[in-house]
Design a protein around this ligand. Structure first.
Ligand SMILES: Nc1ncnc2c1ncn2[C@@H]1O[C@H](COP(=O)(O)OP(=O)(O)O)[C@@H](O)[C@H]1O
Ligand SMILES: [Mg+2]
Length: 256
């Protein structure tokens, strides 16, 4: 529970059952979704688990792309292609202009343009497919063309669904509330805002996590009071307390 990587399995995801169900329901219904919320609240974890569940239980295919540092459409294309290849997405490239098909999947032709390639790639997806773009605000500099591509996919290929996470700035704000000139105007995505855990959920989370690693902990009240239920911060603050009290036998091996 206290592992610091984003969670990937449903059974590691604590206290987010209803959010996960809602997210899956929306994606299965064909809607696009923006998962919002402050840093460390669990957006990446929720999204990764959702993609896994769609693949394993709902016969949906999907890809997860972390956009940190991805500022241009070229960079987007470069990060998207390997993920699409490893998901073995079914593509109908009968009118292909921008891609070369190889044994390991597709590759962009050297002189291909990013906008045209992205449009072609997304429109050629030939099965139900969810593309998770994590930290979509990173693409804010490229937002005009990016939104044009999204608008185009939205109207021409209903098998592709986008799942975004992002903070409420730049392109994320436009996605949530598209101005009348935007290609996504009139079709805003569903918003799922992740909230901090309430006090009781935080308490149970801490107790369960501490028990998992064999630490006898009773500082929950202190941590809960100071932390407002932001899941990513709860373990660290609990550790600070553990370290300030007499040494527990198995704790020292785990703190890094
Ligand atoms: N539902 C959850 N249960 C347990 N740990 C979680 C949960 N959600 C997030 N975490 C943990 O909190 C930290 C931040 O999660 P992450 O998904 O990266 O948040 P965000 O993407 O919002 O910044 C990570 O250490 C992750 O393992
Ligand atoms: Mg994240």
């Amino acid at each position: 529970l206290f592992d610091l990587h984003p969670k990937e399995h449903r059974n590691e995801l604590f206290g987010r059952d209803s959010e996960l169900e809602y997210l899956l329901e929306q994606l299965l219904a064909g809607n696009w979704v923006v998962v919002g919320g402050q840093r460390e609240i669990g957006k990446t974890s929720l999204v990764k688990v959702a993609i896994r569940e769609l693949k394993e239980k709902h016969g949906f295919n999907g890809a997860y792309v972390n956009l940190r540092g991805v500022r241009s459409l070229n960079a987007l294309l470069t990060s998207l292609i390997p993920e699409m290849n490893s998901s073995r997405v079914k593509l109908d490239l009968s009118f292909n202009v921008n891609f070369i098909m190889g044994s390991a999947g597709i590759q962009v032709k050297r002189d291909a343009k990013a906008v045209s390639s992205l449009n072609e790639l997304l429109n050629s997806v030939h099965e139900d497919f969810v593309i998770a773009l994590d930290e979509v605000q990173e693409l804010s500099q490229a937002s005009k063309q990016f939104l044009d591509i999204l608008g185009n996919v939205f109207s021409s290929n209903s098998r592709v669904r986008f799942l975004f996470t992002g903070s409420y700035i730049g392109v994320t704000r436009i996605l949530i509330d598209p101005p009348s000139a935007s290609p996504l105007h009139g079709r805003p995505p569903v918003i799922l805002n992740l909230r901090p855990f309430n006090d009781n959920t935080s308490r149970v989370f801490l107790r369960k996590g501490m028990r998992e690693i064999g630490v006898d902990f009773n500082g929950e009240e202190e941590v809960v009071k100071r932390l407002d239920g932001v899941v990513g911060w709860l373990p660290n603050h609990a550790w600070c307390l553990v370290e300030s009290v007499p040494v527990y036998p198995r704790a020292s091996r785990i703190v890094h």
